[in-house]
Design a protein around this ligand. Structure first.
Ligand SMILES: Nc1ncnc2c1ncn2[C@@H]1O[C@H](COP(=O)(O)OP(=O)(O)OP(=O)(O)O)[C@@H](O)[C@H]1O
Ligand SMILES: [Mg+2]
Length: 125
């Protein structure tokens, strides 16, 4: 009987692709071998509340990365900034090696930065 928790062989990453990331120390902000996204000094405040304050963040290409944190930690706000749905107070980031100079959702989506939303909305018509 197949083990339901084991991915099908064709869905596994070849070892040569996943091996480099395994050498990265599990430290916040650690440089990655082949980052698809790199973020520096990103901040966003709502009044006196600093919702996002990222010194440095890199996401590895071709690897599933999870961002975890308690309610209100700033996860959605970070996604909103990076995908152009909100404006950062400061900071810069690059996607696929290109600096993101005009972070509008449509331009970023065309470059391949696709997102989902926390709350689903039906289309009434
Ligand atoms: N548009 C806004 N105006 C004012 N405050 C906001 C706004 N958006 C987010 N916040 C505040 O910023 C903080 C971070 O919120 P955010 O939604 O990013 O957290 P989260 O990590 O996604 O939380 P959850 O796990 O509940 O989804 C919270 O204190 C939230 O109330
Ligand atoms: Mg959220």
């Amino acid at each position: 009987m197949p083990d339901e928790l084991t991915p099908a062989p064709e869905s596994r990453l070849p070892g040569s692709e996943i091996e480099p990331i395994l050498t990265v120390p599990p430290v916040v902000g650690a440089p990655k071998p082949n980052p698809i996204l790199a973020v520096d000094n990103l901040t966003r405040s709502f009044g006196g509340l600093r919702a996002v304050d990222v010194d440095h963040l890199e996401l590895e290409r071709g690897v599933v990365t999870a961002l975890i944190g308690p309610n209100g930690a700033g996860k959605t706000t970070l996604f909103n900034l990076l995908t152009g749905f909100d404006r950062a107070d400061s900071g810069r980031w690059s996607f696929d090696g290109q600096p993101v100079s005009s972070p509008s959702p449509d331009l970023l989506a065309r470059k391949g930065m696709i997102r989902t939303f926390q709350l689903t909305k039906s289309l009434p018509s």
